[in-house]
Write a protein that binds this ligand. Structure first.
Ligand SMILES: C[S@@+](CC[C@H](N)C(=O)[O-])C[C@H]1O[C@@H](n2cnc3c(N)ncnc32)[C@H](O)[C@@H]1O
Length: 276
């Protein structure tokens, strides 16, 4: 697989994830599973919204969170954006099939595309680690995104983030002399790929983790290499400072979607409020 850099690389990694389904039953099963696996996210976001809410989601993927909120009858209007055109097409079709009139999806780069009017949104959501891609592509761009989200929120509007800080990898890489480590994992029985090599590098200056992935096929032994992901690993204090600098207050950190306080674990959920 060819290696792409920057935003093109992210789009290429996600393009085509939801394209072919054998029949309507397979499509329904995929949509149902996407909703069922993440009910807790919907519950938490739903509890933060006012009635007839307006919601912006960055890196919306297949649109499942906004679909979930629309099905709960909570949305007056919402916009979901994503770099991957195929994912946006999937989300649009899903919203049409659901008759979710107030839902809009658009393909593009959240740093430059139209994200709605100033003070339009009750909530801005960036989950499943999407914020971590930004500084890895262009240092400082997470702050630029947060500035755009702050401006787009109503005063008192909510920001919801979900990040994967990878504390165990960070520890391993901090201890390694050159900031590099290689880890083999075995995938579950049903997976066509059996082994998975993670080649990790943490840049101590930028906090950017580069993760090259190599898969070994279960039956053919075929090798798939060249898939690469780059993520900014945030220390909690740095992330909280970044949010304050970008004009957010009431920053709270959680260990997941059940409301427990953050414990330096693998999942970090953050809520904050536009300060002015
Ligand atoms: C891990 S996926 C999460 C998708 C979705 N939030 C979910 O939970 O299923 C991250 C998404 O962020 C999108 N993304 C990354 N950088 C982006 C950018 N600069 N602008 C818009 N979308 C972006 C990717 O295309 C990808 O679909």
């Amino acid at each position: 697989m060819a290696e792409h850099e920057g935003m093109d690389g992210i789009a290429a990694a996600y393009e085509g994830l939801e394209t072919t389904f054998a029949d309507d039953g397979a499509l329904d099963a995929y949509r149902r599973s996407a909703l069922e696996r993440h009910v807790a996210q919907g519950d938490v976001v739903a509890a933060l919204l006012p009635p007839d809410a307006t919601v912006l989601e960055i890196g919306t993927g297949n649109g499942r969170l906004l679909i979930d909120l629309a099905r709960r009858g909570l949305l007056a209007s919402a916009l979901g954006v994503d770099l991957a055109r195929s994912r946006i097409a999937f989300a649009e079709q899903w919203a049409t099939d659901d008759g979710a009139a107030g839902l809009r999806f658009a393909a593009g780069d959240a740093l430059t595309m139209d994200l709605g009017g100033a003070g339009e949104w009750d909530a801005a959501i960036v989950i499943t680690g999407a914020l971590a891609y930004f500084d890895a592509v262009a240092p400082g761009s997470a702050r630029a995104l947060l500035d755009r989200l702050r401006d787009g929120l109503k005063p008192g509007g909510r920001l919801v983030l979900e990040l994967y800080p990878h504390p165990s990898w960070r520890q391993l890489l901090d201890d390694a002399e050159d900031g590099r480590a290689r880890l083999w994992s075995e995938l579950p029985d049903g997976d066509p790929w059996r082994f998975y090599l993670s080649d990790l590098h943490l840049d101590g200056e930028t906090g950017v983790l580069t993760h090259r992935k190599t898969f070994v096929h279960r039956t053919t032994g075929e090798i798939d290499e060249g898939r690469r992901e780059a993520l900014r690993l945030y220390a909690t204090d740095d992330l909280v400072a970044l949010l304050h600098d970008a004009g957010f207050g009431e920053v709270e950190t959680f260990a997941g979607w059940d409301g427990a306080p953050y414990d330096d674990g693998e999942l970090l959920v953050v809520t904050a409020v536009r300060a002015d």
